[in-house]
Design a protein around this ligand. Sequence first.
Ligand SMILES: Nc1ncnc2c1ncn2[C@@H]1O[C@H](COP(=O)(O)OP(=O)(O)OP(=O)(O)O)[C@@H](O)[C@H]1O
Ligand SMILES: [Mg+2]
Length: 391
Amino acid sequence: MSLYVYVEPDEARRTEVGPAFREVGCTMLTSMADLETHLPRYPETILVILGATVDLGEALMFTAYQRLQRPLIGVVLIRRVIEPQVVLECLRSGVREIVDEADNDGLRAATVRSVDLSKALSSTLRGTAEQAPYARVITLFAGKGGCGRSMVAANLAVALAGGARRVLLIDLDLQFGDVAIMLRLSPDRNIAGGLSMSGRLDEPGLRSIISSHRTGLDALLAPPSPAEGERVSREFIVELLDVARPLYDYIVVDTPAVVTDQVLAALDMSDWFIPIVTPDLPTLKSVRLTSEMFDLLDYPKERRLLVFNRANTQVGLTPQDVEEAVGMPFAVQVPSSRDVPVSVNQGEPLTMTDPMHPVSRAIRELADRCSGVTTEPVKERKFFGIRRPAK
Ligand SMILES: Nc1ncnc2c1ncn2[C@@H]1O[C@H](COP(=O)(O)OP(=O)(O)OP(=O)(O)O)[C@@H](O)[C@H]1O
Ligand SMILES: [Mg+2]
């Protein structure tokens, strides 16, 4: 999550004010070029502060463009000298506030006003969470193979697509992906087909490599051969997600048992993190380690929904033991059932063929958690009028 950004090319100023801004969750960038790559990855951004040494022409062009592309973003421009002509140009391009570099109180007040305005605009524009302009990215993971990631991913995607929502399921298990089998789709169209468009992928290009499932769900399948999977770069995953996010309500990402570069790219852009555990110690240990890594990477805790798969398996571990071992409570418990492998072998997700099955019900509960719950930022501290977002 990155709601606030400050572009400051001047190293001395960055050293002086950077820590205080970082403290309130503001991302510090050094150039407008960095800002250009940052924004598509963090579409939730609502405040951009442009330092006094950012070229005025560049700042105004950026602001005028964003006013149409991302109207929620408020631009606060810092200058060393504020001339009437500059103020006029700023007003014309849509800069929300222009502040003297020496005026810290003025900067604080300007950021507060801009953030408040963006939030008010956001609730007006969005209306309901369902109409969010960008897909929510939901990434499933587990540190061990065979935990049920792909089964949960396929069923979760089907469950989400049930509400006439636009859903894309991406198979990031690029070597041994199973989504094609689980949905009985031909892997002819797959992610590797997009590699020739890398760097210039657009909506028609993306659509040309997507497969449609009869539930209305779209799937971006893994390549049929592991060698092709190796050619898919982290940058290409970022590009794919950037192009796909405005086109869908939800993007569900299935992953391999190892956290690859491509998986990290998807995790960096995720709104929900879904660890899956089964009641066996090696899996629990690996999920705990992954969770600790997520703490280091600052992925918000309240965005993690732990799934306990095969919850009713009698192996001498209670649900409490499992929660304690992983260090977080369950969001849902999915029972073990022989109907699961049967449905996998038939390529027909249970949520589609038997919506009242206990497994389907558990996964629908997970879908509800991903679609219905909004988490408000927790008030931790206030500085420059900006509240640090909850971690
Ligand atoms: N709740 C369940 N009840 C019974 N069988 C299950 C359940 N969940 C998963 N399975 C079975 O476990 C096997 C592994 O499931 P799945 O392929 O979804 O796991 P995975 O974590 O994606 O594995 P991989 O590491 O191979 O990608 C499948 O045969 C599936 O049918
Ligand atoms: Mg799998």
